[in-house]
Design a protein around this ligand. Structure first.
Ligand code: HEM
Length: 183
């Protein structure tokens, strides 16, 4: 959180609120969101496919009309593609030249939080922007802490959409100097 807030302070400044034009400059925030989507993809089984002809895939016969689910969680955590896959390490998405690796267009078969192919999420541009804008605004305008004695429980509840098992309760604290920035 501290590194993202430092980046926000540099790009946005404490006398401003986050605007859409800041988003392309928030590269660390971008890799934090990518790493979060890697470890916690919001739709972990994508939307099921159904072949209109029987076919052979990876040595298995997939019958015509079968429901085929693509479970991306184990792909996102496969040690053949990711070093220390269970570790939260946003820097794995950062290239040496300072740009970020991978996008959401589904061309990398080891990272596809918005799916891939003809049925890829049509809301990628909006989903990508809104996730960044919301998180940036919340982290820029507030400091966040857990209630006294509470630990952060990251366990999820399996469903069509990934949900937290326990709701997250956090305490916001004003971070910007002027109250007018909150109106
Ligand atoms: C963080 C935000 C979002 C995530 C992570 C997400 C993720 C996904 C995923 C994984 C799929 C299945 C793709 C596949 O099976 O290959 C999907 C489908 C879909 N998404 Fe999203 N989505 C997001 C936001 C949105 C938004 C903002 C919209 C609309 C404005 C949207 C509309 C749809 C629709 C209509 C489909 C079904 C596409 C089809 O079956 O052809 N999504 N989304």
């Amino acid at each position: 959180m501290k590194i993202v807030q430092d980046e926000l302070q540099e790009v946005v400044g404490l006398n401003n609120i986050v605007e859409e034009y800041h988003l392309p400059k928030l590269q660390y925030l971008d890799v934090v969101i990518k790493e979060t989507f890697r470890l916690h993809p919001p739709i972990p089984l994508l939307i099921p496919r159904s072949p209109n002809e029987s076919c052979k895939l990876g040595g298995y016969i997939v019958p015509k009309g079968a429901n085929v689910f693509i479970n991306i969680s184990p792909i996102h955590m496969d040690p053949r593609y990711w070093d220390n896959p269970l570790e939260f390490n946003p820097n794995r998405f950062m290239s040496l030249d300072g740009t970020t690796k991978f996008d959401y267009r589904g061309y990398n078969s080891n990272f596809m939080p918005f799916g891939s192919g003809r049925r890829i999420c049509p809301g990628v541009p909006m989903g990508e922007r809104m996730s960044a804008y919301l998180l940036a605004s919340m982290l820029h305008s507030f400091d966040w802490s857990l209630p006294f004695g509470k630990e952060h429980d990251l366990s999820g509840m399996f469903n069509f959409m990934l949900k937290k098992k326990e709701p997250l309760i956090v305490i916001p604290l004003q971070r910007l100097p002027y109250k007018t920035l909150y109106m």
